[in-house]
Design a binder for this molecule. Structure first.
Ligand SMILES: *[C@@H]1O[C@H](CO)[C@@H](O)[C@H](O)[C@H]1NC(C)=O
Ligand SMILES: *[C@@H]1O[C@H](CO)[C@@H](O)[C@H](O)[C@H]1NC(C)=O
Ligand SMILES: *[C@@H]1O[C@H](CO)[C@@H](O)[C@H](O)[C@H]1NC(C)=O
Length: 420
């Protein structure tokens, strides 16, 4: 009985928190867990196992991977297993999705299909708004798939929208990092965007019915854990395709740090006007920082109450004056990079959704893209961020005031259940 209650409470808390983008773990507890699972980076000599790390001097990584310190050892995650529990999807596909991903489906720019595929530098999708009447943060649960090719019954991203795309395959995930004018796919100008993931308030995904596939293993596979951060000028999308005890898919695709933006959550090459495909090492899980042999984790600031055997207690995650990290732990080494001059589907007749310069309700400050671009030029400085806990720095939305009560309640339930 109690076990069931705790389970339900956990599920509720996780889904509500996932939706609100708040980190749910106490740092001590989290550090211990990561410690136990061996996430602590070994200060091993870097000439070890990873086959791609020796190619760190490939042109693409040296061109852009200047964030994070170069002397950080690569993340040691054990053996990446494509059949690790929680990697492949087991639940039902979304109601508005085709049963299987496929190319050359009819073009329908009012489609509400929500099946996103990440297959290659010129065959990928992002979630995005239905139209540009609202910011992404207001419509996350209703976003739809926009794809570079006509596929999955989804909407097609018109040629000329994407100005850079970097496709990276690692042992634990595939990732696309893109730049462009996403006002052509429903974003308002200056929209710093938001974060899509498979959990959301209902547990059915954000968007509800959002699902993902990749065929990098040689066949189309539906995966369970993913994260997609996108705003009007930048997008990043990671699908976890394998796992290990050190890097379960929920950890490697941990998507709740939504103040941090693409560059931090999904480190890699965000250089504009460049289209490339690379192999890469897997990045440290989002928010995990290793220094002098000890592991710490960043968590967004939040306070609230929880009930311990009928007693009301308060908790604080993080500190109100904390600095949100502005660089990732490290930028993974990449190798085997192949560039193409551009990507295009050649379809002339796609009519973009009207790209409004008169959009209201958006700040006009394009922190998302700017943050990614400028941090790629700074080297290894993880302490130069704003000291305000309400600042955001990239491709992402804030925790909106309306969400706070739900989030606090959810955190309270979760913390309660952890302690009980
Ligand atoms: C679709 O997404 C839901 C919500 O994240 C998930 O539970 C389910 O396993 C996914 N199904 C497929 C086929 O990907
Ligand atoms: C396009 O998708 C919308 C939403 O699913 C649907 O109502 C409409 O009938 C579709 N149009 C065509 C031509 O299939
Ligand atoms: C993935 O799908 C694309 C398009 O359908 C195809 O061109 C490519 O060869 C596939 N990749 C693999 C590894 O099967």
């Amino acid at each position: 009985m109690i076990a069931i209650y705790r389970f339900l409470a956990l599920m509720f808390a996780f889904s509500a928190l996932a939706n609100c983008g708040v980190v749910y773990r106490g740092s001590k507890w989290e550090a211990d867990v990561f410690e136990r699972r061996g996430l602590r980076a070994r200060q091993a000599s870097s000439s070890s196992s990873s086959s791609s790390s020796s190619s760190a001097s490939s042109s693409s990584s040296s061109a852009s991977s200047s964030s994070g310190s170069s002397d950080v050892p690569a993340f040691q995650y054990g053996t990446a297993d494509p059949n690790y529990p929680g990697v492949q999807a087991t639940g039902p596909n979304g109601d508005t999705n085709p049963d299987e991903p496929s190319l050359n489906t009819p073009i329908n720019q009012t489609s509400v299909a929500r099946l996103a595929s990440l297959n290659s530098v010129d065959d990928w999708c992002t979630f995005g708004p239905l139209d540009n009447t609202q910011t992404l943060g207001d419509v996350e649960d209703r976003t739809v798939a926009w794809c570079t090719k006509p596929r999955n019954n989804a909407r097609v991203i018109p040629d000329g929208t994407v100005t850079a795309a970097h496709f990276v395959k690692t042992p634990l995930y595939v990732q696309v990092m893109a730049r462009g004018d996403f006002t052509k796919i429903g974003f308002q100008e200056g929209d710093t965007g938001g974060e899509l993931d498979p959990h959301g308030a209902t547990g059915k995904g954000n968007p509800v019915g959002g699902n993902v596939t990749s065929n990098v293993t040689g066949k189309d596979v539906f995966y369970e854990e993913w994260m997609n951060y996108v705003g009007s000028t930048i997008m990043c999308f990671r699908i976890c395709i394998a796992g290990s005890d050190e890097a379960p898919p929920k950890t490697e695709c941990q998507h709740t740090l939504d103040e941090m933006g693409c560059w931090n959550i999904m480190p890699g090459n965000y250089e504009d006007n460049m289209f490339e495909t690379c192999d890469a090492d897997a990045a440290y899980p989002p928010g995990i920082y290793v220094s002098d042999g000890s592991t710490s984790s960043f968590q967004q600031y939040a306070t609230g109450i929880w009930t311990d055997n009928g007693q009301i207690k308060t908790y604080t995650n993080g500190v109100s004056t904390q600095t949100t990290p502005t660089t990732a732990m490290s930028t993974p080494s990449s190798s085997n990079c192949q560039t193409v001059s551009t990507i295009a589907n050649g379809i002339k007749s796609i009519i973009p959704t009207s790209s409004s310069s008169s959009a209201s309700g958006s700040s006009g400050s394009s922190k998302g893209g700017a943050a990614a671009a400028s941090s790629s030029g700074s080297s290894g400085d993880s302490s130069s961020g704003s000291s305000s806990d309400s600042s955001h720095n990239g491709g992402v939305a804030s925790v909106r005031p309306a969400m706070v009560p739900a989030m606090v309640a959810a955190a309270a339930v979760l913390l309660g259940s952890l302690v009980l």
